[in-house]
Design a protein. Sequence first.
Length: 281
Amino acid sequence: MVEAALGLRLTPSELAGVDMHDELGGIDLLVDDEPTAIAMARRYLGFYRDQPAGQPSASADRIRSIVPDEGSYDAREVIEALVDADSAFELRPSFAKSVITALARMDGRSVGVLANQPTVDDGAIDENAATKIARFVELCDAYEYPILSLIDTPGFVTRWSSAVGEGDVAVEPGMTRYHARTLMAHHHRTVPVFSVQIRRGYGLGPFAMAGYGDSHGVSAMRLAWPTVEVGLVDGFFASQSQNPFDDVVDPAETRERIIRTLRHIKRTLDQPEKKHPIDTW
C-alpha cells in the first residue's frame, strides 16, 4: 500500500521502527540491548515491594535553588531532590515530554511521580500528555503506588492542523476526550495523591494532575511552595482566604512532610486479582 501510494519501498522497520513507537508512546522504555532490558525489567519489578528505608539525594540540600521566581527549570531536578537517592525510574521519557512519569522511592516506600515539565511546551497538557497521565494513574492504582504530583502547568491545550499551511499545527486552550480520561482515572483510583503546586495551576490542569474535590479522588495532602501562582497576592494569602492548600511549605520541608504521612498509609499487596486493567494507550 505504501509503495502504491507513495512510490516508496520500505522495510517493516523503516515503516514503523522502534524509534517511532518510542516517540508515540507505544513502549515504556527503549534500551540498547537485551542485558540492559533484563536489568531494567528487574528494577521495574523491584518497586512492587517497599524497602525498609532510603536516603535523600545529594541534591536535596539545594532544592530551594532549583525553581526560580521566573523562567524555566527542569522538573527532573525537583524529582531527584525529593525522592530517595538514585531511585527515580522514568517511564515513556520520549513520549509527551511536557509531562514526566516515573516510579521512585521515598524513605524506601515505592511511589509514582507525576510532574509537569516546564522546559517542554511550558508544561502544558495536550492530548498525548493527557493520555500519558491517565495511563500512569491507572498503573499506580493497580499496583498500590501512592502518587506524588508536582504541578506547574498552564492547563489543557489542543492541537490540530492549521489551515495556514500544510504541516502547520494550531495550539489553543481546550479539552478533548483524551483530557477527560485523566479526570476519570483519578475518579476511579483509590491510592492517595500527594500534590505539590510549585508554581502555576491554571484551568483543569491541577485536576488532571491530582484529582478533584467532589469525589474520593481529592489529594490526601495538598502542599504549595512560596513560588506558587494562584491569581492572588501570594500562596500564603490564598491558603488563608480560600484554603486551596493544606499548607504552604519551604521546599526543603516537602520531602519529610510527605514521608511522615506516607508512614500512616498501608499498601494492600498480594491481592488474588489485579484491581483493574491498565489501558495500553
